[in-house]
Design a protein around this ligand. Structure first.
Ligand code: ADP
Ligand code: MG
Length: 245
């Protein structure tokens, strides 16, 4: 697929000291595509997500978002960074702000929206993630699954072109995982471009267009979920799947 690339990484390399954490990563994510990234702990999945958003500097290579190369820093970076929303394992909500304020804050501050408009749109987004009735509460009053759905609404409020999810359900109790995955499935159906790091293989099978398997800083396999799960090619992927499935 990837006829209309939205996220492109070309020969990206990153080191932490002597650790070569991203090794010649070349990856294209097409518009509307859902790419699930899996792999053992320490293989570089989080670093990959953070590099896509320039939350990490890279030593070499190119990162192109919707045809525009990401600069290392400066004003242009802030704008392009806002094009790609990010949802983390830890929800990172502002504890002293209401749910509504959490969602409205960045659109007002960064996108310079009028507060009334931002609030209206935030309520729509909260409705979309099933939290219309929680807008005036504080994060601590919500369950983990609800907080993560607020974090998704907050990311959507910036009108991103793509969303990155880094283990969005790993911190959740089992009974809350599905409510978050269901919101993500819905976004996928609506055509949102998504890169999802997850251990939820059911989600990968049902929602992903492609599965990218990483090991030791490299992309080892990049295939359809069907191909990957039924016939992994590399020993590393076979070993990983035998432990997780
Ligand atoms: P994953 O998300 O797949 O578990 P990470 O991207 O978090 O992997 O980490 C990849 C490797 O980089 C690991 O060996 C980790 O210990 C190392 N690493 C991650 N962040 C840092 C950092 N800030 N400084 C030094 N090493 C790091
Ligand atoms: Mg990680």
């Amino acid at each position: 697929m990837a006829v209309d690339p939205l996220i492109e990484l070309r020969d990206v390399n990153k080191y932490y000291g002597t650790l070569h954490v991203l090794q010649n990563i070349t990856l294209t994510v097409g518009r509307g595509e859902v790419v699930v990234v899996i792999g053992p702990s320490g293989s570089g999945k989080s670093t990959l997500c953070r590099a896509i958003n320039r939350l990490e500097i890279i030593e070499s290579g190119r990162i192109i978002i919707d045809g525009q190369e990401l600069p290392d820093e400066g004003k242009a970076l802030a704008g392009l960074r806002a094009d790609v929303g990010m949802v983390f394992q830890s929800f990172n909500l502002f504890a002293h702000k209401t749910v509504l304020e959490n969602v409205s804050l960045a659109p007002v501050k960064v996108r310079k929206r009028v507060k009334g408009d931002a609030d209206r749109r935030s309520r729509e987004l909260l409705d979309r993630v099933g939290l219309a009735d929680q807008a005036e509460k504080y994060p601590a009053q919500l369950s983990g699954g609800q907080q993560q759905r607020v974090a998704i609404a907050r990311a959507l409020a910036m009108d991103p072109k793509a969303l990155l999810f880094d283990e969005p359900t790993s911190a959740l109790d089992p009974d809350m995982i599905n409510e978050v995955l269901e919101v993500m499935r819905q976004l996928a159906r609506e055509g949102m471009t998504m890169v999802v790091v997850t251990h939820e293989m059911g989600f990968a099978r049902s929602a992903a267009n492609r599965v990218v398997f990483m090991s030791d800083g490299r992309i080892v396999e990049d295939r359809t979920p069907d191909d990957f799960f039924t016939a992994p090619r590399s020993e590393r992927a076979k070993d990983f799947l035998s432990k997780i499935l």
